[in-house]
Every structure is written in structure tokens, then in C-alpha cells.
Write a protein that binds this ligand. Sequence first.
Ligand code: AHR
Length: 505
Amino acid sequence: MKSRATIHRDFSIARIDDRLYSAFIEHMGRAIYTGIYEPDHPTANAQGFRKDVLELVRALNIPAIRYPGGNFVSAYNWEDGIGAKEQRPVRLDLAWRSRETNQVGINEFAGWAKDAGIAMMLAVNLGTRSIEEARNFVEYCNHPQGTYWSDLRRQHGVTEPYNVQMWCLGNEMDGPWQIGHKEAKEYGRLADETSKAVKAFGKGIETIVCGSSNDQMATYPEWERQVLDECYENVDYISLHKYFGNSSHNTLNYFAKIDETGRYIQAIGGVIDFIKAKKRAKNDVYICFDEWNVWYHNREQDSRNWREWDWPEAPELLEEDYNLEDALLVGGLLNEFIRRSDRVKIAAIAQLVNVIAPIRAEKGGKAWATAIYFPYQFASLFGRGTALNVAVDGPHYSADAAQDVSYLDIAAVRATDGKSLTIFAINRSPDEAMDMDLALHGFQNVSLIDHQVLGGDGTGAREANTSANPDRIKPRQGDKLSVDDGAVKAQLGPLSYNLIRIAVE
Ligand code: AHR
């Protein structure tokens, strides 16, 4: 099959916010305990964090990380995780029916995030708690000194405030499963007042209000309309979540869910515009897509298990073995965020280690990159700058999730310094190679820097990187691409993800 695509240097979508490549980690399963933190592990540093995992994290160049939940945050007391470790209470985590030892709290996590070079994006509990708790948490984290909470932080050995700039106002408050779930209007009022309190701590603080848990929720998108009606002028972002699966093994429909996500973003963009007009508001609200990923390989088994188990500590939960198809889905979603970067300013892959994650770590054993690690890494490293429009003329298909879906999934980013152009191109066809002709207009002295390929050789679609075979899916140098006279010609193998980097002037 053949596809033609055209890019012009000046036809841009938006300046991409670097935070589009953020991540999320929760006190859940083995994400924190025996994921990033394992004092007995051979690679543990003095603080008990695994250096092998930290190395894999650092190589992703993650701009921001959302913490500590997730459903967990909705019944969490952040104060349980401060002060002397041996005096911290052990609690029952109601969200995942687990035992929380509180050996990692805000100060340990902040230290890890600093080591990893990642800014924190903290969530406050608006399920079982309220404005007071949020205010105290911000004061503990951000106020320099001379008050009860800031001096307590100093007594705990942290002299300088963290100055956390991103605060999530609860988690998935539209979900009936959420501890402290609320009606839209009720939550919108609470979010409005909490946001006021959080922002009182200083200029530059941004807040994120909960939107829908997914686009299949009965309350979507009325939830967003009612919530924003209560708090539009006091918040900066509305959060969206969506998880993806291919239980029916219908690969083309699986990829069409990326186009479905585009409509989700577009619909919420419309709600934002409606409320802004209704209120004659001066401020803008953007989308923070702060939970997204593939979650299905052992979802049924997991959901049966955790509802019955006896409050274990750091149980195995949502540990997915991702295959090539999943890597293409993740690459495609990142492409969609780039294409929608005028609306989506922050996005966070959920999650980072062990729990539905690009990084896996065995207790006491090795750590490795799953198949989805690579498209995430490539987007984070090379997807910074200005998103350019790509006009595509090529074959399409229809599926349950969306109609008129292009086999070629492509996004383009001009680097901030203007010296390179990165193309992320996916051939979604499971069985046919694609000849792609890409015309570049408005650029001079065009030459190839690099072409990396995942898949495309007819193997690996349903194979995964596992402990026994951690390198099954990994990028290799492409050899079917030429750049000549402002045109890129490439053959994209079936089910292939392609990173194409081009030097331009
Ligand atoms: O990421 C796993 C869970 O998915 C999160 O705790 C929750 O916010 C969502 O439902």
C-alpha cells in the first residue's frame, strides 16, 4: 500500500508543552515497594531506592510525575508518611485492599524524584478529606519556614521547600468505585474552593480538576460541563483518563481507539470553550491527560484476585507483559497528543514501574524495559518543540471504535532550535508494508540523522519482553529509507513504529 504525506515548516499546531511526556506512579501493587524502593535490593542506594530502576527511569527524561495516586489517594493521609520511619502507622489501603507501611512518604519520594530529575505533580485527597488537609500538605511542601507545617518539614530534615507547582484536586471523582465519590456539582464546588486555597501559596501554582475517568462513563461529558461551571476561573487544567485493551484480538480496531481518543479530546475541548464563553472568562483551561496506557492482559484475573485477598503488602497487581501491538498503541497515542497539543498540555503515562508500566522490576532481581518503553522514550527525547500539521493522503479503514481511520499514523515535531525535524510514523497494517512518500516544504539542507524501527518484520505482534527474554522487542536501525531533495521515501514494514530524525535548516 502507498501513502503520501506533506509537511510545511510554517504550518504548525502548537508549541508542545514538555510535560506531555510525564508519568504517573501510585502506592499500588509493586510500583513503589519492590518497584522503585527496595532497601534490600543489591542495587539499592542509601535511601533504599533501586539504582537499576532509577537508571531506566532517567533514560526516559521524564519532565513531571504524578503521585501518590490514583484511587489510593482518595483515602490516604499524607501525614502518615512523614517523620521517623519506625513510628509511621501501617494502614489499610481501601482502594487496592492492601497493607500500606508508609515507609515511603512525600520526603522519600521527593528525594527520589530529584535524583531522577523529575518535577513532582502531587494529588490531594478529596475523597475522604478536604480543603484543610490540602492546605496543610501544600504548606508542608512549599512554605519556606516559620509556620507549623513548614517547620515540621524542616525538623524532618528538609530545609528548602519543594515548591511544587502542579496540584491535582483529587482523583477520578466521577467514578462510583472511588472512595468519597461525588456528584459533579458537589465536586466542582469543592474543587473550586480547594483550588483557591492551594493557589494562595503563591503565583505559578497550577491546579488540575478531575474530568471523566473515561469516555464510556455514563456521566461523560456532562460531568465536565457541570464541574467546570463551578470552578472554571480557578483551575488551569481538566484531567482525562483512558485505558486501552485488545481482548478481542482485533488489531485494527485496537488502533482505531487512538482516533476515538482524539474525539474524546475534541469533545472536552468543546466543553471548555462553551464554559469559557458562558462565563465570559479571560483564562484558558487545557487538558491534562494524566492517566493513559494499555491495561488488559491480565485485567480480569487481577480484578478477581484483589477483591478477595487478605490485605497483602505490595502484592503483584496489574503487571502486564506488553507486546509489539501495545508498543504501537502507545506510540500512536503519543502521536495523537502531539497532534492535539493545542489542547493537551500535560499527559502522564500510567504507570511507571511494574503496575501497567514501561519498566518492570523483579523483587530482588533484575529490571527491564517493556515493549512500550521505546515509543515513550523516543517521544520524550525527540518530541519536544513545535508540532507540525501532517496532511495524509492514503488508505483508510473503518472499525467499531472509529470510522475512516488512516493506516498511516504520523506526527511531526520541529525541534526548539529549528535544526531538526522528528517524524513518528506507524504502519498500522498487520500484514502489508507501506511505501510512504513524505514531502517536506519550507526546509533547506535536509539530511537523515537517524531511523529507528520497532517491529515491521512480521514477528513479535503478540510477543513481549519478559524476565526470561527482556530484549525480544527493541528498536533497531532502519535500512529502507532515503532522503533526497526535500523528500523522504520509506518503506514501513507491517505493524512497524518508525522514529525518523532529519537535520533541517
Ligand atoms: O492506574 C490504575 C488506576 O486506574 C488508578 O488508581 C485510577 O485512578 C484508575 O482507575
